[in-house]
Design a binder for this molecule. Sequence first.
Ligand code: URA
Length: 209
Amino acid sequence: MATVHEMDHPLIKHKLSLMRDKTTGVKEFREAASEIAMLMCYEATRDLPLKEITIETPVSEARVQVISGKKIALVPILRAGLGMVEGILEMIPAAKVGHIGLYRNPETLQPIEYYCKLPSDINERDVLLLDPMLATGGSAIAAIDGLKRRGVKHIKLMNLIGAPEGVAAVQKAHPDVEIFVGAIDEKLNDHGYIVPGLGDAGDRIFGTK
Ligand code: URA
């Protein structure tokens, strides 16, 4: 079963509360999404391999540890996932960025990929898949299917808020994918919104309400 890491940090809780508040404006909402993604990146990269090198400090020679050239790609699911990219790039500036776009077939309700542009060496990269809201899990599962079809072997899913239903669905469909989630909320409502959630993340990030 895929490991689920629910964040337990005062800064993340505080910034999530700001995002949940319906009176929070676009600027603050966008900044908080980016900052939470940055903080979550700390947890999601905890297992990056290190190597030892020798350097000279002003005082002496020292053996120190640096990240050993792991190749990472960020893949936001369009469009709300874009709101998490900038914060993570602050921490991993050398990461490449791919994009996946999905829409829901109105008859089958199945997510269909309408756009996919990934770095050409995506099969050699570890992917951080980004989507602020993990609702039913349908989009995340379809995006993971798409990445695996293209040869990606290591995927971590990062969400700001998840519904228990979505977390369980991803765990069942892709038990190898670790999930990093800011908070797991109560449930989904009949309209597919997370309760209490924060509303439509894409609309609130881009001010399109
Ligand atoms: N997508 C959103 O933006 N919000 C939800 O609550 C569920 C899906």
